[in-house]
Design a protein around this ligand. Structure first.
Ligand code: ADP
Ligand code: MG
Length: 588
């Protein structure tokens, strides 16, 4: 019998676990018969922990931990203001059982899912495939793996959520070069991805989304609508009242999926009718944001809607009719909702787990890098080794050299981002590579980036002369990893494109000028006497123009003047070559 590997959707608001059974992915239910476990954890004194529905029942009367997924693998300074409010400096939570990290809290959810699976399958489950959003960076993937380990689960593969969704829809059976969009509107986040089938395998061609958009916002919206109609100041609510209103708002939201009117009712406070039309009107700003992300994904994928064979919708909030209407309008086709939207990703994870366990035929899954990866080079520029949206696993390398005579080591800064200047990108890690002292431009250092199929990046630097390797595993350097607000980074790279290009042009020209100027001085000193005075004048003017262009800070001006100087010194350069070969003064 082959080993059992379960598939887990570790969701922001709800999680689920599944397994392949006679060739079909099935989800495993807890004692109450539910296959969806709220991603909520409660800690009591003396180490008591409750997870899921049981923890949720304590919300209001006691502190519970929800939506920690968005804090996985993050540093405090990368969080937004609302997230900072709930956590302390190290991104830990103080609980009745001591300080807990987001990983430890997620581990409790994974432990619960492992227990559900072990009980249903009547074996001790030890291995799992876990899904993460396509935009999760290395630190966030590594944190997810660690949460699995803490829960006693070996995470044999991290799979991106859209890829899992596509698998559950059986899209892997589509014909060659088929393209599909996966739309995922969940409880707290929204993602949309474009996948393409190439040579029988999936590739995530582009991904876009909003980490603060989902069902929770719609609950809040309904709560506000009801409070306004009932003339209640809900801001002053205590925990229990808040929890009660939230629960009612959510119930009303779910009912509105099938009904035209639903009564919002809070005992001893009042009731009011909310119509679907009212709700849909208030939803329109959210729908506009959803639409914006869909269009961005299409632009990133350089695709027209007519090129898409299918649009599948997952995530519980995809059940809302007006959301479906908007998706249909944007993609100009009927979206596929044939799978349970809040179960599809766990089913896809189960299929992938089956593939790995050998119970399902091989399907190769491929993800992409959400942001470009590279290193800093001379002049503080970003040198991209792996461009954004490259299919993983992948590797890429380049050769670098020393910038000065006698330089003994070189600092390799591993960067992530879309900006031209290193300083505007995020540093994932840095290390020193030593080499034998050589003249400027003589040392040879090969740098290789490798991303494994879990999306974990390792960087290798080799001194070619000695064969000495330095390797860092960036994936595990969680604290050093900057966050991948992919969206923000990409939009800033567009916003600052002109400034960035200007800065790059200037830096490149400045480097060239720094080489050229001393060389010209030396050559003039040695050979100036052999030049016509007119030619000497031209060279000196060109040299002065370069010096003042550096001071001006203007990239185009510096570039032009460097080219000018380069041209003006052509004769001089030729004379230097002759001098080196000994022919110049041979007849004098
Ligand atoms: P996540 O992956 O973010 O944990 P899910 O995909 O499980 O989230 O979706 C959970 C969200 O779906 C919740 O906000 C829930 O209220 C919402 N949801 C579930 N069913 C419905 C429905 N019938 N109508 C509207 N929203 C729904
Ligand atoms: Mg989800």
């Amino acid at each position: 019998m082959s080993e059992v590997i379960v598939g887990i959707d570790l969701g922001t608001t709800q999680s689920a676990v599944g397994v392949m059974d006679s060739g079909f992915p099935i989800l495993l239910a807890d004692e109450s018969g539910s296959v969806l476990t709220p991603s909520v954890v409660w800690y009591g004194v003396d180490g008591k922990v409750e997870v899921g529905q049981r923890a949720l029942r304590r919300a209001g009367v006691d502190r519970v931990f929800a939506s920690v997924k968005s804090l996985m693998g993050r540093r405090y300074d990368e969080l937004d203001e609302s997230q900072k409010k709930v956590v302390s400096e190290q991104v830990t939570f103080s609980t009745a059982s001591g300080e807990k990290s987001p990983e430890e809290i997620s581990a409790e959810i994974l432990k619960e899912l492992k227990a559900i699976a072990s009980q249903r399958l009547e074996i001790e489950v030890g291995k799992a495939v876990v899904t993460v959003p396509a935009y999760f960076n290395d630190a966030q993937r590594a944190a997810t793996k660690r949460a699995g380990e803490l829960a006693g689960l070996e995470v044999v593969r991290i799979v991106s959520e859209p890829t899992a969704a596509a698998l559950s829809y059986g899209l892997d059976r589509l014909k060659e070069s088929a393209r599909v969009a996966v739309f995922d509107l969940g409880g707290g986040t929204f993602d949309v991805s474009i996948l393409e089938m190439r040579e029988g395998v999936f590739e995530v061609v582009a991904t876009a989304g909003d980490t603060h958009l989902g069902g929770d916002d719609f609950d809040e919206l309904l709560l506000r609508m009801a409070a306004k109609r009932l003339s209640v100041e809900w801001e002053g609510f205590d925990g229990l009242e808040r929890a009660r209103w939230h629960a009612e708002a959510r119930r009303v939201k779910h009912e509105l999926t099938g009904e035209n009117e639903v009564v919002f009712r809070i005992p001893f406070c009042g009731e009011c009718v909310i119509s679907r039309g009212d709700f849909e009107r208030e939803m329109s700003p959210f729908l506009d944001r959803v639409e914006g992300c869909c269009r961005r994904a299409l632009v990133d994928a350089a695709m027209e809607v007519s090129e898409l064979q299918a649009v599948v919708m997952v995530g519980g909030s995809s059940r809302i009719p007006v959301v479906q209407e908007r998706v249909k309008a944007v993609f100009e086709k009927e979206p596929d909702l044939s799978q349970h939207p809040d179960e599809a990703i766990a089913r896809g994870a189960a299929i992938q787990a089956g593939v790995l366990a050998g119970t399902v035929r091989e399907v190769l899954l491929l993800d992409v890098t959400p942001l470009s990866l590279g290193i800093e080079t001379m002049g503080g520029l970003m040198n991209v080794l792996i461009p954004r949206n490259t299919t993983i696993p992948c590797k890429a390398g380049e050769m670098f050299t020393n910038a000065a005579d006698g330089q003994k080591s070189m600092k390799v800064r591993v960067l992530q981002g879309e900006r031209e200047l290193a300083a505007d990108n995020w540093e994932l890690g840095a290390f020193e590579v030593e080499f034998q002292t050589e003249r400027k431009g003589q040392a040879r250092v090969g740098v290789e980036f490798r991303i494994d199929s879990d999306g974990i990046l390792s960087v290798l630097a080799r001194d070619i002369a000695t064969g000495q390797d330095t390797v860092i595993d960036v994936g595990s350097a969680a604290v050093d990893v900057a966050e991948a607000r992919v969206e923000k980074m990409v939009s800033e790279s567009v916003e600052f494109a002109f400034e960035d290009m200007g800065a790059r042009v200037f830096e490149e020209a400045r480097l060239k000028a720094e080489e050229l100027l001393p060389a010209v001085e030396v050559a003039l000193g040695q050979l100036g006497g052999h030049l016509e005075s007119e030619e000497r004048d031209i060279i000196e003017k060109a040299r002065d123009a370069v010096v003042s262009a550096i001071a001006s800070g203007s990239g185009p001006r510096l570039k032009a003047s460097v080219e000018e100087l380069d041209g003006a010194t052509e004769t001089l350069a030729a004379m230097l070559v002759d001098l080196a070969s000994g022919s110049l003064f041979s007849d004098s």
